[in-house]
Design a protein around this ligand. Structure first.
Ligand SMILES: *Cc1c(COP(=O)(O)O)cnc(C)c1O
Length: 442
């Protein structure tokens, strides 16, 4: 429901930046509510929750190494490499005037095992958390046991009586479907009919049941949630308000700290860290930003990125209304080719934390996604899905803003990390189409 003109005018008067947002122009918003760590009120989760989540990942490592051979070399830890992308940095500086002085890194979650996207953090974590809880309650396991037992027929037989439901346009469904089916759960994925066919096929091949909805994605989630909760042994993974997804994502920060140490990258007052995170409902960028703030405090500066057609978290935080408003209220269509980013309404859980921790949000046009896809492919040989490239616009956009000045930052020795959120599972033909589209734009 689009607001009446009178109401819209009121919003515009209070928040003039809404006008270019409604006009679908790319904008940079700097968060006036950003808090220093020593000014933070208590949040819905804390550092111990993140450390608990890291321990759960550790307990399940033997199971994951056993079930997913691609995680054997990391002993069952699901993690992605951090790669220096100096060729791309030079290209961005030379051709696009990015003015990056420090190092530029790509955090390659496109290579994450199991799901080939950032959802291998949140989605897999939430299912493991649920499985552990059921097994503990049933007295099948204790936390001191070797979790290789989760691979046994006895456990798979046990989990068969439970159903996990999830609403997804793609990547979240894939992660839940793959890990859920591996554990033995019945998994139902509720998708809009326009979700990519290859994702539905892949899910079905893993044993998940795919329900398609003709209407919009909101309807798929609504019905999926209702059907799952109404069934006696049903558990719904709720992207719009999940704490577990959030904590699963947050653990990335602890791992990144080690990777930066290995690269001899300092993070302190003279060496600020800038991180650019593609944003859908805000769970993955919110969870990771929360984790990074626990690890690096005020020295890390996290920015979210949304498509100009889907600025859900931007509008939610800018107005302070969070999940109470959606982009359609402001006449914005939520149509974008950035698959994981096509979200009209932000996560309530993540927004209540991000509103104090995110440094800012910028939006960009879909064509830019394809352009960056081609640039990265040409200069690094790395192929991402379109939504995952959006962070590459970050350094130029933020360095050109007043952010550093406002916060008294010297960015000469800053490190920039672009979070690449997905790509590994995209079929070759689709990827070729994306690449050619981007090539035509440079
Ligand atoms: C889901 C997803 C995101 C955004 O995560 P949210 O938790 O929805 O904010 C970004 N990129 C890709 C590739 C995704 O699949």
């Amino acid at each position: 429901m689009v607001f009446e003109q009178q109401e819209l005018d009121k919003w515009l008067q209070t928040y003039p930046l809404l006008q270019p947002i409604i006009n679908l122009e790319p904008v940079v918003w700097l968060n006036p509510q950003l808090k220093k760590m020593n000014q933070l009120p208590p949040l819905a989760v804390n550092k111990e929750d993140m450390e608990d989540a890291a321990r759960l990942w550790q307990r399940f490592a033997p199971f994951l190494a056993n079930e997913f051979p691609e995680t054997k070399k990391t002993k069952g830890i699901i993690e992605s490499p951090l790669r220096k992308i100096t060729n791309t940095k030079n290209e961005l500086n030379d051709k696009y005037d990015a003015k990056i002085q420090g190092e530029l890194f790509l955090k390659c979650d496109n290579e994450l095992p199991i799901a080939g996207s950032i959802k291998a953090r949140g989605g897999v974590y939430e299912v493991l958390h649920y499985a552990e809880q059921l097994a503990l309650e049933a007295g099948l396991v204790s936390q001191a046991d070797d979790y290789i037992v989760f691979s046994s027929d006895q456990f798979k037989e046990f989990f068969k009586q439970f159903t996990i439901g999830v609403g997804s346009t793609g990547n979240l469904g894939l992660s839940i479907g793959i890990i859920g089916a591996k554990l033995g759960f019945q998994v139902s994925v509720y998708m809009s009919a326009d979700a990519k066919k290859w994702k539905k096929d892949l899910l079905r091949s893993k044993g998940a049941i795919v329900h398609e909805f003709k209407g919009d994605f909101g309807e798929a989630i609504y019905t999926g949630r209702k059907l799952t909760i109404d069934s006696s042994n049903g558990y719904f993974v709720d992207d719009e308000k999940s704490k577990h997804l959030f904590l699963g994502y947050s653990v990335a920060a602890i791992r990144l700290q080690k990777q930066l140490e290995n690269e001899k990258v300092l993070v302190d007052a003279e060496h600020p860290l800038f991180v650019y995170l593609p944003c859908g409902v805000g769970g993955s960028p919110g969870g990771i930003a929360f984790g990074l703030k626990q690890v690096f405090g005020d020295y890390v500066h996290c920015f979210f990125v949304e498509p100009t057609h889907s600025p859900a978290v931007l509008i939610g935080l800018l107005t302070g209304e969070k999940e109470k408003v959606c982009v359609q209220d402001f006449g914005i269509d939520n149509l974008t080719e950035g698959d994981g980013l096509a979200v009209g309404r932000p996560s309530s859980f993540a927004s209540s934390i991000s509103d104090k921790l995110v440094s800012g949000i910028y939006t960009l046009e879909d064509d830019e996604l394809f352009k960056y896809l081609a640039i990265l492919a040409d200069h690094e040989g790395i192929f991402l899905e379109p939504s995952a490239t959006s962070g590459l616009d970050g350094p130029a956009r933020i360095l050109a803003s007043t952010y550093a000045q406002q916060h008294n930052l010297d960015t000469t020795h800053a490190t920039h990390i672009v979070w690449a959120t997905g790509g590994a599972l995209v079929p070759k033909d689709d990827m070729e189409g994306f690449y050619n589209k981007g090539k035509n734009l440079i």
